[in-house]
Design a protein around this ligand. Structure first.
Ligand code: AMP
Length: 606
């Protein structure tokens, strides 16, 4: 056997080690975990700790733990650990040694050669320090490779034609964005920008502050004052942040987090993705400025980019993908696990050096977007065929995502969940993979929230769960072949169906206006429509607007029954709703709608 060459991503927060096997990169994991946290520490009894054990003690024993040593690489400084002082490359060497041993153990041979990655902006001194760290760990460093180049190698490493890619890398503690150009195996970083003090840890801090502030408001106790509760909340904040990447809400629950007048206090707080996104938006805007600067420095416009690649755990935050798509006009790729992408690329480079054949990384992804049909309103028109995307195409499997919807009618007790796959905004152009009814919803006013969750596994089996938020009532179905590709026949059939529908189309709202009163009321009873729960921003107020318009329709119908004195009052309220709608004053829309709804309630029963 030729001597193996490993690829190492020596990160600020986390590190990984990989090797190329049969043309494919393989990341070495221990107990199923491929990540070695880049932490070094001493235990209470003076034992050296590297990785997870060191990270776990960091919050409680920062004086005995070193984190983010990468930030000091290349500097003429020393760090203290116990009663000794070390140079940064010595601390990095301890991490590299653990990675090297992990690979050696699993391969059954002693590994002595490696490719190690560094940020594109590292200068000579920083690169030299990294090389030295490798040597101290018993490794001959065959190549110091730029991280964005490594990431780019995982996506089609062997193409010949000129390609320029943007690599957006947001990890735990650092951010950088680079433009990588490659042609016929020659790879070059054209430009690179970033912020060495910005990362997912800052998101944790913002959430942590938000949670502590809420708790203090409610209980008058500052959780920051106690080291243990501080550590617990910080950990809970990080977990909530991850949860919010795939779900619209996260609940932070910590029992007995504090004590007041002898009574235990529990932390129990729900955080919405919208709130979280508002917290981190200023930081993300900063990263977008860097994206623009990297393009400017490379003298390129977004249209010159063949791909946009996401690297680093924090890029799982959906808002990042949305913002990049808006700015660059294309959906970014994250099919290759963003945590492992750089290590895999280092392994591919190691394979190339060792003259192995390399192939593009194989990933299991969903080839089509999966979502449900819902009702949408924009500029006064209703569209009952809106495709609400839940799992986006090219998501790596297994994937679990949920989104929030709400009922459209007052006292709507059932909804139909119609599951589609495809890429069109109109479900009629997509392919239906299943449907089911959820019955027995609480007979409350329109706006009853339902959480729809999709869990898609590697075999293409999709579990769809719909849950009424207020009551917890839920229904679930399993769709066996959710990833089946369109058959030509089905495609033709879908097209024909669409053509037929197109011929006898009529806007949903117009049909309703023409209906007799009784018919409309029946429709209300049977309505199974769902609306997407909307975030503030461009679609702000959409939900209020839809509900207000539905209310106005209802008021119009009921006006015939109203006595002349009441009529003036109803018309005055209707006018207030209309004016606030025109002014897009959502608070006033809600206030006026509530008043109108109260009056209509009495009229209906009269
Ligand atoms: P890295 O330095 O690339 O390993 O990235 C680590 C950072 O990614 C940490 O701040 C993690 O909290 C963050 N992270 C990991 N998974 C997720 C996720 N699902 N959503 C948001 N951030 C995540």
């Amino acid at each position: 056997m030729t001597e193996p060459i490993i690829g190492i991503d020596l990160g600020t927060t986390n590190s990984e080690v990989a090797i190329l096997r049969d043309g494919q990169p393989h990341v070495f994991a221990e107990d199923g975990d491929p990540i070695v946290p880049s932490f070094v520490g001493l235990s209470e009894d003076g034992r050296l700790l590297v990785g997870k054990a060191a990270r776990n003690q960091w919050v409680l024993a920062p004086e005995r733990t070193i984190k983010s040593i990468k930030r000091k690489m290349g500097q003429d400084v020393k760090v203290r650990l116990g009663d000794q002082e070390y140079r940064p490359q010595e601390i990095s060497a301890m991490i590299l040694r653990v990675l090297r041993e992990r690979a050696s153990q699993q391969l059954g041979v002693t590994v002595t050669r490696a490719v190690i990655t560094v940020p594109a902006y590292f200068n000579d001194a920083q690169r030299q320090a990294t090389r030295e760290a490798g040597e101290l760990a018993g490794l001959e460093v065959l190549r110091i490779l730029n991280e964005p180049t490594a990431a780019s190698l995982t996506y089609d490493p062997t193409h010949r034609e000129l390609r320029r890619r943007l690599v957006y890398d947001l990890g735990g503690g650092t951010f950088d964005v680079s433009i990588v150009q490659s042609q016929e195996g020659v790879v070059e970083v054209l430009s690179s920008h970033g912020d060495t003090q910005l990362g997912g840890d800052d998101f944790d801090e913002l959430l942590f502050k938000y949670i502590c502030d809420r708790f203090q408001e409610d209980n008058g106790i500052d959780l920051r004052d106690n080291l243990v509760s501080r550590a617990r909340v910080l950990r809970a904040a990080e977990a909530a942040k991850r949860q919010l990447s795939s779900h619209p809400f996260a609940r932070v629950e910590e029992e007995f987090i504090a004590e007041k007048e002898g009574q235990p206090l529990h932390l129990n707080l729900e955080i919405s993705r919208i709130t979280y996104e508002e917290l981190i938006l200023p930081l993300l805007n900063r990263t977008m400025d860097c994206v623009q600067r990297a393009l400017d420095d490379a003298h390129l416009t977004a249209s010159a980019l063949e791909k946009v690649i996401l690297v680093g755990g924090s890029t799982r935050t959906p808002l990042i993908g949305q913002m990049l798509q808006e700015r660059l006009g294309q959906a970014p790729h994250q099919e290759v696990n963003p945590d492992l992408c750089v290590a895999m690329g280092a392994a591919i480079q190691a394979g190339i050096i060792g003259h192995q054949d390399v192939g593009a990384v194989l990933v299991d992804i969903t080839p089509h977007t999966l979502g449900i049909k819902c009702l949408d309103e924009s500029e006064g028109f209703f569209n009952e065929y809106k495709f609400a995307r839940i799992i986006a195409r090219n998501s790596a499997l297994p994937a679990s995502r949920s989104d929030l919807f709400h009922t459209f009618r007052d006292r709507q007790t059932e909804v139909e969940i119609d599951v589609y796959q495809g890429e069109n905004d109109d479900v009629r152009r997509n392919h239906r993979v299943g449907r089911f009814m959820v019955q027995g919803l609480a007979p409350v006013p329109a706006g009853n929230q339902l959480l729809v969750q999709f869990d898609l596994n590697l075999d293409g089996i999709l579990k769809v769960t719909a849950r009424e938020r207020a009551t917890g009532l839920q229904k679930q179905v399993v769709i066996e072949n959710a990833l089946a590709h369109y058959q030509q026949e089905e495609r033709d059939e879908a097209r024909e169906r669409l053509d037929r529908l197109w011929l006898d189309r009529s806007p949903a709202y117009a049909a309703e206006e023409d209906d007799e009163e009784e018919e409309s009321e029946d429709a209300e009873e049977e309505s199974t429509e769902l609306m997407p729960e909307l975030a503030p921003g461009p679609r702000e107020g959409q939900r209020e607007a839809v509900q207000a318009r539905a209310l106005l329709e209802k008021a119009d119908r009921l006006l015939v029954r109203v006595s002349p004195e009441d009529r003036a009052e109803v018309e005055r309220l209707m006018e207030r709703v209309r004016t606030s709608l025109t002014d897009r004053q959502w608070d006033r829309v809600i206030a006026a709608s509530n008043e109108l709804a109260d009056v209509l309630f009495y009229l209906e029963d009269a």
